[in-house]
Design a protein. Sequence first.
Length: 132
Amino acid sequence: MAEPTRSSEQLSTVIYDDRCRFCVNAKQGIERLVQEDSESPVRFLPYQSQEAERYLGQHYIRGRPEVAFLIGPDGEIRRGLDAFLPLLPGMPGGRFLLAVIRLPLVRPLLNLAYRVFARHRYRVFGEVPPHQ
């Protein structure tokens, strides 16, 4: 499979579930918070797109994704909570949050919370109708 082309800006790409109401709202919030002059420019791509399937390759599974993904400029794929950590420095208070996450036991607890939340997100927040 051909490697997706990257822009000259070397963007990181967040692949999110555009059928999950919470995920769509979180994406919109992150877009508002991430500073345009951020050290890590980012773009968002719906999981339910052919482009996301190309980017993720063997990691792509049809249907609802279990986690969000971040593909770094170097092509590294991060998933779940790890997909959001590189975005934190560009957000207000993000560097502080990264310091808190580095405390013992915090990251394992956040990973557990992420997995539980991701599993039940449709039940709690609902589904966005498919785009026409």
